[in-house]
Design a protein around this ligand. Sequence first.
Ligand code: HEC
Length: 141
Amino acid sequence: MLFLSACSSPGDGKSDGAAASQDVAATGHDGKAIYERHCMMCHSMAPPPVAAPPVRGVSYHYREAFESRDDAVAHMVGFMKNPDPERAVCDPEAIERFGLMPAMTLPDDELRAVSAWFWDQYDPAMREMHRKERARMQQEH
Ligand code: HEC
């Protein structure tokens, strides 16, 4: 069996200069590739949504709710394994609109890699976009 010895702890400063490959080094998995394979069919990158809140919207909510990337990743992994409206960080309207996300059966290290990648997709422009989208959703009720 191939053992991945590249388990560097986060923040150990071992950077090869390519920020995008940091999570690959940390977990042996490429968050973006996992997203494309397992999440993209429901989560578009940015509005308009497909069948779930767009990645940048999710990232926005996690940035609002958590100070640290590690805490956000831990929460996201827990949510994906066992989606629970009580623990959802996104607006309740998201669940009303799209339904609850199905549980993901990926291994933990892949869930962590893709969660970290979601967190990294934050775009400050999302704050305004989200405000408008939320107002629109509330009008529909
Ligand atoms: C079958 C469609 C579907 C797939 C596939 C899917 N999701 Fe979701 N996801 C949803 C829906 C619907 C919601 C919004 C309702 C909710 O929060 O459960 C959601 C919400 C989320 C949230 C926000 C949870 C919160 O705290 O509010 C995260 C994070 C997330 N998805 C990550 C992922 C990741 C990462 C993948 C791929 C590994 C993935 N999703 C695959 C449908 C999907």
